[in-house]
Design a protein around this ligand. Structure first.
Ligand SMILES: Cc1cc2nc3c(=O)[nH]c(=O)nc-3n(C[C@H](O)[C@H](O)[C@H](O)COP(=O)(O)O)c2cc1C
Length: 410
């Protein structure tokens, strides 16, 4: 059952975390396999003469959200609701909150957020909506709220809120990650280390399509001096960053830029009857001879890894080896889908070696080359075997691996 956390984060100003651990979800956005689950984080701030709610939870947990919220405040007393991003994993419970609030609270968000809220929940939901301008400041309960738009992180509606006097940054999806961390913040390094790979997976699968905006928006926040001075980052998923708040944005930047881990080669392949696998075994042997320790994902008649996990491995890889069989004059469907998603969401300047096997006319290699040529990836070579790899193929594969490694050492 999902665990609910109601945690006081600060005494002054009086700030609470409302978090639910969604361990029931299987596919985030009905696509990305996340057996590790995800948390939805909302925040409540009690000020002099104002009660401010920052976002909410998914609709499935509206009942739990109201119960948790009601332990801190009568929903009728909420004066402001800040909507950072309208994706229903954050906004789904808002209609229930508004109903219990008697629609008295002022909603605050971008013009895009207003339009989307209306489309999702009807015109009554936005009756009392205030549309902010980028950089606008507003006094609420004696504090200065600065609203900064961060479009395409990862919807057009997205903004963050910065409370100037206390250096509090409510960042919604930016700074978030998958999984259900055992704590609420970054104070325990073991929890952080377990969590960070799920941050990468989240960035690639959820924000990856717009990954240039990660860099752009972080630059924007840097220029405003906000990242430098912030004391706490409070995202809509995962851990709160208070011990070292800058760390999560540095991590986001590193993933956005695809900074590689020395020696990590990602190998992805399909093999129906073992012929592609043979070409991969030769490549793995050559990699090992050169001291590399590859990370391997394979699609066979016994296993099909989650595409979300594979995507999470791309940003910190030095290079990729893709192995595919030709299937009905195309790339095997499993590898075709993975590649499509990699090129779309994890498109980096990294070298790629293509291996494969075919029966009567190799097509997969050529098709993969075309996909790579249209991406930022750097095509090194394509070597395909007609069925079983011959001695000659073996030599070419080993040579291909050496060429791939040379690119890394340039
Ligand atoms: C359903 C199916 C479709 C195939 N389509 C093609 C094809 O269009 N062209 C071709 O050359 N080989 C085709 N093949 C043959 C495979 O590409 C070939 O046997 C290859 O060696 C398979 O490698 P693997 O056993 O590692 O998957 C097909 C095989 C299967 C099972």
């Amino acid at each position: 059952m999902p665990r609910v956390w109601i945690e006081k984060i600060l005494d002054e100003p009086e700030l609470y975390l409302l978090r639910i651990d969604d361990d029931q979800i299987k596919y985030f956005e009905a696509t990305w396999g996340i057996p590790e689950g995800i948390t939805y984080n909302a925040y409540l701030l009690k000020l002099d003469g104002a009660v401010v709610l920052f976002d909410a939870w998914k609709k499935n947990y509206a009942k739990e959200f109201i119960e948790a919220l009601s332990k801190l405040v009568d929903p009728e007393e909420i004066t402001h609701i800040i909507v950072h991003h309208t994706e229903p994993d954050h906004s789904g419970s808002l209609p229930k909150v508004l109903e219990l609030n008697g629609y008295k609270a002022q909603l605050i968000g971008t013009s895009f957020a207003k339009r989307l809220l209306e489309a999702f929940y009807g015109s009554k939901a936005v009756e009392n909506f205030y549309t902010i301008k980028d950089g606008e400041e507003m006094k609420i309960g004696g504090k200065t709220f600065r609203f900064i738009t961060v479009p395409w992180l990862h919807w057009p509606d997205t903004m963050i809120t910065y409370i100037v006097e206390h250096g509090l940054m409510f960042s919604c999806d930016a700074g978030g990650g998958y999984s259900i961390p055992k704590g609420i913040d970054d104070s325990n390094e073991e929890i952080v280390q377990n969590y960070l790979p799920y941050v990468t997976k989240y960035i690639v699968t959820v924000i990856g399509h717009y990954h240039k905006y990660i860099i752009q928006n972080i630059e924007k926040l840097k220029k405003l001096g906000i990242i430098e001075e912030t004391k706490m980052i409070l995202p809509g998923h995962g851990l709160i960053w208070r011990k070292n708040p800058k760390r999560i944005f540095e991590y986001y930047e590193a993933v956005g830029a695809g900074i590689p881990k020395k020696g990590k080669i990602l190998v992805i392949y399909d093999s129906m009857y073992g012929f592609v696998e043979k070409t991969i075994e030769i490549a793995l042997d050559e990699l090992k001879k050169h001291g590399y320790n590859p990370v391997v994902y394979k699609f066979t008649d016994k296993e099909a890894p989650a595409v979300s996990d594979i995507l999470g491995e791309v940003p910190d890889s030095e290079a990729l080896i893709i192995g595919a069989s030709t299937y009905e004059a195309n790339i095997h469907p499993r590898v075709r889908y993975v590649l499509y998603e990699i090129v779309d969401k994890a498109n980096y300047e990294k070298p790629v070696l293509v291996l494969g096997a075919y029966g009567w006319g190799g097509v997969a290699g050529r098709e993969i080359e075309t996909m790579i040529m249209r991406s930022k990836f750097d095509h090194v070579d394509t070597i395909e075997a007609k069925g079983r790899a011959t001695k000659e193929d073996e030599e070419k594969i080993r040579e291909g691996v050496r060429k791939l490694l040379e690119r890394l050492n340039k």
